[in-house]
Design a protein around this ligand. Structure first.
Ligand code: SAH
Length: 237
């Protein structure tokens, strides 16, 4: 009898338990997020306190499809459906810091994707306008952001090459998909003194992450990092 119960315990430990590991608890995610901020973001030189605070606060796992949720805080991008990805946490933090955002500003994002980058921006500025070309993704992001209670994020389904002229000018523009050249409409919709961060280059190739500042109608650009983003696709209308 004793032997049988011993086997039973062993069986449960070896076979049954691993399949019934409970889902991660909110506290676990908070810890993973803290680890992400220290090991992936601060360790690589991002130091703006407001950016770090936003990265600590926004629940990235809620922007990731359920089957990948356990990997949300790892040091790489993840699929979000429709062949698209949520960017690596470090890249999100780096691009956000590069925009040098102030609390009363208005930002335009091209490529809503999961809505995660928009949420990070919304922690830092007054209004975020974000455009997504794939309707299904845009709608899903909108739902996620609503559930999380963001009131200062405005999602539009449309072609980012045109920007959002009705809401321009913007203090900053962030593009999270890669065009081959900086779209002119986005430059026009940037305020004087406005900042832009945008990956530029061919689809499937290594691209240059460009930081730009608009001064007296002219864009001054700097290449800051080599990156690989999904392409910025041309709209059909
Ligand atoms: N910022 C996102 C990551 C986006 S991936 C996040 O935090 O999850 C890039 C996104 O750009 C994809 O969802 C893709 O559909 C979108 N995209 C590609 N071309 C576009 C265009 N011309 N206009 C708007 N969005 C575009």
């Amino acid at each position: 009898m004793r032997k049988i119960s011993c086997f039973l315990v062993l069986y449960i430990l070896v076979f049954a338990l691993p399949q019934t590991i409970p889902a991660l608890e909110p506290d676990d995610y908070t810890r993973l997020r803290e680890h992400m901020v220290k090991q992936q973001i601060m360790a690589r030189g991002v130091e703006e306190p407001r950016v770090l605070e936003a990265m600590r606060k926004v629940p990235r796992h809620l922007f990731v499809p359920e089957k990948y949720r356990a990997f949300s805080y790892r040091d790489h991008p993840l699929p979000i459906g429709q062949g698209q990805t949520i960017s690596q946490p470090y890249i999100v933090a780096f691009m956000t810091e590069a925009l040098d955002l102030k609390p009363d500003e208005k930002v335009l994002e091209i490529g809503t994707g999961s809505g995660y980058q928009a949420a990070i921006l919304a922690e830092l500025v007054k209004e975020v306008y974000t455009i997504e070309i794939v309707e299904k993704l845009g709608k899903r992001a909108q739902r996620t952001l609503e559930i999380l209670g963001y009131k200062n994020i405005h999602v539009k389904i449309g072609d980012g090459y045109k920007g959002w002229p009705e809401k321009a000018p913007f203090d900053a523009v962030i593009v999270t998909c890669a065009p081959e050249r900086i779209p002119e409409a986005l430059v026009q919709q940037l305020n004087d003194g406005g900042r832009m961060i945008i990956p530029v280059g061919k689809a499937g190739a290594i691209q240059e992450l460009v930081r730009a500042v608009k001064k007296k109608g002219k864009l001054k650009t700097n290449e800051v990092m080599r990156v690989r983003f999904v392409p910025m696709v041309k709209g059909h209308d």
